[in-house]
Design a protein around this ligand. Sequence first.
Ligand SMILES: C[S@@+](CC[C@H](N)C(=O)[O-])C[C@H]1O[C@@H](n2cnc3c(N)ncnc32)[C@H](O)[C@@H]1O
Length: 198
Amino acid sequence: MANAHGETGAVSLGDIARRASLPPGRCRELVRIARGAPDGDALELGANVGVSGAYLAAHMAQAGTGRLVTVEGVPDLADAARRTASIVGVEGTMEVVCATFDDALERLEGQWAFIFLDGEHVADPTRRYAEAAQKILMPGGIMVIDDCSEANGLDQIFDEVRDWPCWAKGWGDGRFGVLRKWDARSRVTAELQRVSSP
Ligand SMILES: C[S@@+](CC[C@H](N)C(=O)[O-])C[C@H]1O[C@@H](n2cnc3c(N)ncnc32)[C@H](O)[C@@H]1O
């Protein structure tokens, strides 16, 4: 049977992690961006073996706010992500859900402070996940889309998504596309401060 990458031979978890996981520098940058999100829970679409999830969950455990739910469609990888969480000691903060992104987005409720999209890196599904994800992102919340590069056409999808009126701000660093959701309350507060200051 073929694995998630369409391969039929034996492939080690280490090989999968090397190919699919964010490198450490990118995981640290992801955490830096997540620090700018409001307090609350985080959602990751694309756990793989749990590397970026473990960074995010460790940050959340340290900050003492919220927990991470990370979604993975391949059962063996979801199990590996749970093992990673346990090895890193964040199993209490990181829940791995084995489901397709579409199913998870349909079932998940609540308002998320931070959402990381790191799945197929293909235009149409990414636009669809971004649309569903922005609806469950809290005001002021941050969404990051990985791999917004010209090579896979996600740079154009990111430009399209960034134009949606739900965002207060959007920026990219050549790989991550970052979006902050509009927060009417902080906008009103800022306006009031501006008009009431001498
Ligand atoms: C790039 S990897 C995620 C890497 C991980 N965020 C990290 O940096 O450690 C993408 C993962 O998403 C999973 N995936 C892709 N499309 C999916 C879908 N539609 N539903 C569920 N899982 C999916 C793949 O099986 C793969 O393990």
